[in-house]
Design a protein around this ligand. Structure first.
Ligand SMILES: [Zn+2]
Length: 288
């Protein structure tokens, strides 16, 4: 999966004190675009380096191995670095190379949080950066704002050798999907799985088995995956507002996903190859 970047090591310990070095990476965003060179296809993506930026406009994000990643906080329209251009963050799904793509997803997550919390939601004053933890705080009323991570659940519903495959309606992603939804206030991830299964396809589930997790920074999510068995009736009652399609496919019929960048596709691939009991390690380690 995208976050499986070994042998590289991702370090997200917070620090405002690490001084930028010339070869550190800079993440610059404009709307939903990132400043990169390459295309992620035949030419691997590259990030611009600190030496091209005004160091006073860089905010430390995290490190990958010994290289740090900074967020550019200045005016994106003022940037002009030869060889680099604005490309949709969708390019980061290319996984070419995976380290830069995962770093880009995660930087986008933080960038989105920073730009939507410039002012205190409680009193309206301008927020400031905490010096000892990753947080914004309000100098006027003391309100503290931590990065927002939205927990969501993916559930692969099975009936013997079959897996319930869906396709979303009205979302950019058109590939095969599983039942999924956000955790609502007051429920556990397991309860989210049961509720979503009932809401989206009218199926009761049992025997939930943990199948792995994934940070998905492009949408600010933390995904938790479960496999489950249909409990009794397997007749699909599709939520037509949410899903364009919902069908049972046997392991043979399931198309092998072209990539296992996402938890959804990893779960589908693992079920196709190993059946229901792929848990026990496969899903958790990524299965690619
Ligand atoms: Zn305030």
């Amino acid at each position: 999966m995208l976050q499986d970047i070994g042998p590289h090591v991702f370090r997200n310990e917070f620090s405002l004190k690490r001084p930028p070095r010339a070869s550190d990476w800079v993440m610059a965003f404009r709307d939903r675009n990132i400043l990169v060179s390459g295309n992620g296809k035949d030419v691997p993506l590259r990030l611009p380096e600190v030496s091209s930026f005004d160091k006073g406009k860089l905010l430390y994000l995290f490190s990958a191995d010994s290289r740090a990643c900074y967020l550019y906080t200045g005016d994106p329209d003022a940037l002009g670095i030869p060889g680099f251009s604005w490309q949709s963050t969708v390019t980061l799904r290319s996984e070419n190379p995976r380290l830069i793509c995962f770093a880009g997803f995660t930087a986008w997550h933080l960038h989105s949080w920073y730009i939507t919390n410039r002012f205190c939601g409680k009193c309206g004053a301008e927020t400031a950066h905490s010096e000892n933890e990753r947080a914004l705080f309000c100098p006027r009323c003391g309100n503290i704002i931590y990065p927002r991570i939205a927990p969501a659940v993916i559930v692969g519903i099975t009936d013997g050798d079959r897996l319930l495959i869906t396709r979303y309606r009205d979302r950019p992603y058109r590939g095969p999907a599983l039942i999924a939804g956000f955790c609502e206030i007051g429920e556990t991830p397991e309860q989210t799985a049961s509720r979503e299964a009932m809401e989206e396809v009218g199926i009761r589930i049992r025997d939930l088995t943990y199948a792995g997790s994934q940070p998905w920074g492009l949408d600010g999510n933390l995904l938790m995956g479960f496999m489950a068995k249909a409990d009794g009736n397997t007749r699909i009652i599709r939520d037509e507002n949410e899903l364009a399609e919902a069908v049972w496919l046997s392991r043979e019929e399931i198309p092998e996903p072209d990539t296992v960048i996402s938890l959804t596709r990893t779960m589908i691939s693992n079920f196709k190859r190993h059946g229901f009991n792929f848990g026990n390690g496969n899903g958790i380690t990524g299965g690619n």
